[in-house]
Design a binder for this molecule. Structure first.
Ligand SMILES: Nc1nc2c(ncn2[C@@H]2O[C@H](COP(=O)(O)OP(=O)(O)O)[C@@H](O)[C@H]2O)c(=O)[nH]1
Ligand SMILES: [Mg+2]
Length: 304
């Protein structure tokens, strides 16, 4: 399993090492602010979150009499951490069994890493003693069903699937019945990320959600949105669509390992107001880790 430090290597070496250098042993000048803004934007922190961060730092610099760049760096790290954990509370994954059947709905655009993340989640829940069942509700592509079934076989986790183009709501319904019959306590539902139109996709996801909700009290108990970090700011617009259609309780941010756009994590939490629960750090089963805001910011500012 890759360390967070390795996962964020590209974001750090291409951008945050420059922030480090900028906020070194020197006095703050007008240029310091301009360069800092440019670097945050390059890291895909996004315009509104970058402005918010700079405003807070300016207020603090005035109030606390900060004139040295190295003190501004400390303040920046604090503010970055604050962005990632807005309520001060950590959104940690919880594997304790609280109900007969916990339903986790996973949504996101095609290729974002849903199916892979579901396999990783299934392994985690299983390793925590949970009995997992998977539902292949991405019936739009036959390959998507096969992919989930292959992961299921590798993990020894049952997969409920329908025929290609089957009604995803019907598959979801069957999966709930199968979960009860087999006394499984965790149902993870894979969904399509692309249909003929975005409207169709959102309608289909709402339908799956409603089927789950009618079949299991308060389901889905988690709705996780998978976001591909390499999409940077574009991912934010997609995310808004999913959040409006099905409600999203948490984000799995994938492919951080291959991108300098790791700053998108700040934009996601700040502009969507949705916590990041996990990071995808590679393509293997163990490449998923609970999101830790402090460790994340620390890894961005480590020395290479
Ligand atoms: N490097 C990297 N690749 C990932 C990660 N998560 C998924 N992938 C890859 O992204 C591609 C699409 O993943 P998939 O799960 O099929 O996406 P889906 O269409 O949303 O179900 C696959 O090649 C995965 O191996 C990650 O965290 N890091
Ligand atoms: Mg898939």
């Amino acid at each position: 399993m890759a360390s967070l430090r390795e996962t964020l290597a590209r974001t750090r070496t291409s951008i945050f090492s420059k922030v480090q250098a900028l906020l070194g042993q020197s006095d703050i000048t007008a240029e310091t602010w301009e360069d800092l803004e440019a670097l945050l934007l390059q890291a895909d922190v996004g315009v509104s979150t970058t402005e918010k961060l700079l405003e807070r730092l300016r207020v603090r610099a005035n109030a606390e009499g900060i004139t040295r760049a190295e003190r501004l760096r400390e303040a920046l790290q604090q503010e970055l951490r604050a962005v990632l954990s807005p309520n001060g509370a950590l959104a940690q994954p919880d594997y304790a069994r609280k109900r007969l059947l916990e339903v986790i709905l996973v949504v996101g655009v095609n290729g974002s890493g849903k199916t892979t993340s579901i396999a990783k989640l299934a392994k985690r829940y299983r390793d925590h003693g949970r009995s997992v069942l998977l539902a292949a509700c991405d019936t739009f592509r036959a390959a998507a069903i096969d992919q989930l079934q292959i992961w299921g076989e590798r993990l020894g986790v049952p997969v409920i699937a329908g025929a290609p183009n089957a009604d995803p709501g019907a598959v979801a319904f069957d999966a709930v019945q199968a979960a009860f019959a087999r006394k499984c306590d965790t149902l993870i539902v894979d969904t399509a990320g692309r249909l003929h139109t975005k409207h169709n996709l959102m309608q289909e996801l709402k339908k799956v959600r409603n089927v789950l909700n009618r079949a299991v009290h308060e389901a889905p108990h988690q709705t996780l949105l998978v976001i591909d970090a390499t999409n940077g700011q574009n991912a934010l617009n997609q995310a808004k669509g999913f959040a409006e259609a099905v409600g999203v309780t948490g984000v799995i941010l994938t492919k951080l390992d291959g991108t300098p756009k790791g700053g998108v994590a700040f934009a996601i939490v700040d502009t969507l107001g949705i916590p990041i629960i996990y990071l995808g750090t590679g393509e293997k089963l163990d490449d998923l880790e609970p999101f830790d805001p402090d460790a994340f910011v620390r890894a961005l500012f480590e020395n290479d």
